[in-house]
Design a protein around this ligand. Structure first.
Ligand SMILES: [Fe+2]
Length: 370
């Protein structure tokens, strides 16, 4: 077995009512909190009420920043950081899908550091960020256990990854009841996002033994639950399975990062408004065909864990879950492929794709979606 290091410092609390039952744990982190959320899911899921109750029981005053949009911008993270400063927050509680979690992590940095955008993304901040508590309300992001904050940069016209070991949340509370109100389409998209995290980590040049074990279990769980989805919304056990799969996949990419698939998907999200998990799902089959040339043993293991059959069967399943096609012009494909070929994600993809390889993967989307 190859040498490896494994580091995952987040304390994970799992179970229905885990937020309300662990107010005492929050008291050890800080005396004042900024709660960072979007407009909807933290409220609709009941997570915000539970967080307020837990902070109240711990006698921790808090302020609410609820202006995080989907695919949050750097400006939003800066506004949340400023809100934390002006309130004198000693901790951030980030609740919602991946967007509030990522914005909350960046806000934790910006609350105590003045740095330009490029310095921020280089990890060039000297003061340790505020501690972050993460409460996911979707099953897909895995951000509750990763050292990443993915933000949209309008100037660079893509998403950018802020990465630092100091960004691991100190605690994560996972209660699958918060995902009960997630509609079927979003359940599918977020589950596919988790699936791509596990698959990319498992196939990456940065794969490692602990992450491999977590990835295969995550893929198996998502495969089982996605296959049931056309027959109706998941019950409590299914929601647990999807949230657990998302957690495991987050632990995977915390070690391995993602690969060219995510780098390619960011263009579909930024320029075409395609939801993140759906963008990844549309790219998954042609991506796997590319990786087959470099890691056939890994693709065989992925397909066996998914339990859907061969690559063609996987494509059929994804086509049923992801409606509609995306029209990309030749110029767009050329430009997106050039940019994606220069990313760290491309560098960790086996075999390393050149521009023409990436163009072929994008071409595969059009067939899958048509
Ligand atoms: Fe993702």
């Amino acid at each position: 077995m190859k040498k490896f290091n494994y580091y995952m410092p987040t304390k994970v609390f799992w179970g229905r009512e885990c937020v309300k039952q662990n107010g005492d744990a929050l008291r050890s982190i800080g005396k004042r909190a900024l709660v960072v959320t979007g407009k909807r899911s933290a409220r609709a899921s009941g997570a915000l009420d539970d967080i307020a109750a837990a902070l109240g029981s711990a006698a921790i005053p808090f302020a609410l920043f609820d202006a995080v949009e989907p695919n949050p911008s750097i400006a939003t993270a800066r506004a949340a950081g400023e809100a934390a400063r002006s309130f004198g927050a000693e901790m951030i509680v980030a609740a919602g899908g991946g967007s509030p979690l990522d914005a909350g992590k960046a806000a934790a940095v910006l609350a105590c550091n003045d740095c330009a955008d490029d310095d921020l993304f280089r990890g060039g901040f000297s003061t340790p960020p505020l501690p972050v508590v993460a409460v996911p309300t979707t099953a897909g992001t895995g951000s509750e256990v990763t050292p990443y904050s993915i933000l949209t940069d309008p100037a660079k016209k893509t998403k950018r990854n802020l990465k630092s070991e100091r960004l691991f949340p100190v605690m994560a509370f996972l209660n699958s009841r918060y995902t009960d109100s997630v509609p079927p389409e979003v359940t599918a998209h977020t589950a596919i996002d988790a699936l791509t995290h596990a698959v990319e980590g498992y196939c990456s040049s940065r794969s490692m033994p602990v992450a491999d074990a977590l990835a295969l279990r995550s893929i198996e769980l998502v495969g089982t639950e996605l296959a049931k989805l056309p027959r109706g919304a998941p019950g409590a056990e299914g929601r647990d399975n999807l949230l657990f799969a998302s957690l495991l996949a987050g632990c995977v990419i915390a070690q391995t990062g993602t690969t060219v698939l995510h780098a390619m998907g960011y263009h579909l999200t930024f320029f075409h408004g395609v939801e993140h998990g759906r963008a990844n799902g549309l790219l998954l089959a042609p991506y796997l065909r590319h990786v087959m040339a470099g890691r056939p043993d890994r693709i065989t293991a992925v397909l066996a864990s998914l339990g859907w059959g061969d690559l063609s069967a996987l494509e059929t399943m994804l086509r049923a879950l992801l409606k509609g096609a995306i029209a990309l012009s030749p110029g767009e494909v050329e430009e997106y492929s050039r940019v994606a070929s220069e990313t760290a994600g491309a560098a960790s993809t086996i075999p390393r794709p050149g521009v023409d390889d990436i163009k072929s993967i994008y071409a595969g989307i059009l067939r899958a979606g048509s």
